[in-house]
Design a protein around this ligand. Sequence first.
Ligand code: NJP
Length: 243
Amino acid sequence: KNKVVIITGASSGIGKATAMKLASEGASVVLCARSEDELKKLKGKIENDGGKALVVKTDVTKPADFENAVSQTLEKYGTVDVLINNAGLMPLSYIEKLKTDEWEKMVDVNIKGVLNGVAAVLPTLRENKSGHIINISSSAAHNYFPGGAVYCATKIAVKMFSEGLRKELAPQYGINVTSIEPGAVDTSLFETITDEDIKEKLKGMKEMTTLEAEDIANAIFYALIQPDRVNINDVYIMPTEQG
Ligand code: NJP
């Protein structure tokens, strides 16, 4: 309740569902992504339901955008309590195709985006001697899947960075850290795939009942509502049918 929460990738999928869930529970949510129109629509929806939201157009690959998001948050709400590093891309392909531009994008958004977020909020959380950083990793940090070598590598980086953050920040500053590791979730993430072979391979998955973005929002909420003494390190959550 009454927490100030910055959420990246809030324009769709898991980020959007999380913003709606946390706003409905009384948090002030700061909606960050590149698609400003989508964020404005979401802000309208949240406010119609009696919630509080701020839109800050943010490209997570740009440290200056993140710094701007934090300073606008401080101006409007006076503090930052929670950062949810959720923005991500998954343009899967086999390594031998050498889609190096897509590899670079995944590293920039999925890894550097998380680091930029932490760098921007840490001075405030450290001063407060409290806070919570939630990073959206993936079941891809546990299992390789076809065409996923680079994506899996970015997500295991996020999981391990979360562990390092927790070890360094939790005891010293009271800042909790959680890595969320979902299996397949029904969002537009799969639309970032350009590779025809992979698209063909994934057709079978369409028959499977996946997780909903709201399921992940609930997992995030669970991690956030624990007493300060409790750190939920990882939430590894799979669709029943994924195996
Ligand atoms: O995907 P989608 P999800 N700067 O495509 C934003 C992980 N995950 O909700 O900038 C700022 O609906 C983009 O916004 P925009 C996944 O790896 C998912 O599924 O406006 N934002 C959009 O809001 C990712 O880390 C599954 O285009 C940037 C958002 O990212 C997280 O869940 C399974 C950006 C993507 O929303 C959310 O993805 C799993 C940038 N440069 C982990 N680039 C799954 N869906 O199955 C992109 O294990 N965004």
